[in-house]
Design a protein around this ligand. Sequence first.
Ligand code: BGC
Ligand code: ZN
Length: 372
Amino acid sequence: MRAVGVIPARREVALLQHGWPRINAPTEMRIRTIEVGICGTDREICSFAYGTPPEGCEYLVLGHEALGEVLETGPEVQGFKPGDLVVPTVRRPCPHEHCPSCRDARQDFCFTGDFTERGIKMTHGFMTESFVEDQAHLNLVPVDLRDVAVLVEPLTVAEKALAQVWQVQQRLPWSNGIGQNASHGRGAGKTAVVLGAGPVGILGAMALLINGFKTFVYSRSAEPNPKAELLNSIGARYISSETTSLAQFVEIVGNIDLVYEAVGVGRITFDVLKVLGLNGVFVFTGIPPHKPAIPIEADSLMRQVVLMNQAIIGTVNADRPAFQSAIRDLAIFKQRWPDALRKVITGRHPLESYRELLLGKATGIKNVVILG
Ligand code: BGC
Ligand code: ZN
């Protein structure tokens, strides 16, 4: 069957012939791939800075943001049947008995580093016609989310981040503001800033909004632009760093309780860290490529983080509960902002367009490859 992958030893990105997968265990299922989203990680793998083929294979099939349809289930599969829509998780556990995270289905917090990731690290991905997966790594998706479910995986970044924010902020009396009630969400009365307006930033802003945060998005492009329009239409406020300095930004925003970084650029991230508010939490999600060192005001930042009780969290990958929260929240987004949500997917392309999508200039918001 057709697949798109990289051959790192030859520095090639290619349309490959990949063998049809077979069910090998009673809890596995065979899935027909419907759509696969493309992200910065895929593009980075195509620059050969990242990404490793499975042992003994010269190529790695790409793709970790997938939506599929169950074709066939092993005899011990429960809760799934042919025709069901599913979204797979990305990371697979390391083999070590002494890794408490992987033994507890929390490979997103693997302690050994010997995990694998589909389409990224030592396990083939989903940018192919069909794949086999264990039921433990698949999530059922309601049929009415079919047109947007390829966004589940990029939304899990925000879901895992928020799960940690709630845990970390339990250190404070971070209850809802006076006069707010629980139905306004756990972020009611709090201000969040999203850095970056790519898919992870936009989906993150949506998640923050439904949790009640007053949400600002600070991103480079001047207005008007489609991302700003989309964000302003859902009740976030887009502010361009090209036309609004950080000092002016802080004047508009006020005390910042939470920063959700989704830009993957060190300079702006460490600049914004300087304006994080009292008792604030700053979540890093971007994975910048290695670059030359830049100066930061290390002592001032250290003094600030201590004197202001701030928490900085790095987060990667997501567990199954984060996927389930993403599926639940995507349904809320779709009900609240059907047009805006649809606009996050800016292009659907045949597999044959893989070159321009992976190697060409990044355009639009989320680009998707259609397989079926
Ligand atoms: C994926 C994660 C993965 C990370 C690092 C991201 O693009 O969404 O699942 O853990 O890359 O490989
Ligand atoms: Zn991704």
